[in-house]
Design a binder for this molecule. Structure first.
Ligand SMILES: [Zn+2]
Length: 100
């Protein structure tokens, strides 16, 4: 098994994929919690905020293990769903971006 698929497996099984739902707009933000940091992923738009993804896309790769984890967790319903109110949306985004 490759290093990446081991990482994907532990992220999914430890439920480190989170879906943040903002009410009442129903906006959704997916994140994957790594070692101490949290990455913003978009399993539908194929995006991850990690450096590996950024440099990977420069080299023609289209994924990273966070994105793979989010896709699998979404498919298998193995993510944690957390509800927020719309008024928290901008603070939440700001926190995510400042973490990068
Ligand atoms: Zn990533």
């Amino acid at each position: 098994m490759s290093k990446d698929s081991e990482r994907v497996e532990s992220i999914v099984s430890e439920k480190r994929v989170k879906l943040h739902v903002f009410e009442s707009s129903q906006r959704e933000i997916w994140t994957v919690v790594g070692k101490g940091e949290e990455y913003w992923v978009d399993p539908m738009g194929k995006f991850c905020s990690c450096l590996g993804f950024y440099f990977g896309t420069l080299n023609g790769k289209v994924s990273c293990y966070h994105l793979k984890s989010a896709e699998i967790a979404r498919k298998e319903n193995k993510f944690e769903k957390i509800f927020f109110s719309d008024t928290e949306f901008s603070d939440f985004l700001y926190g995510l971006i400042c973490d990068l």
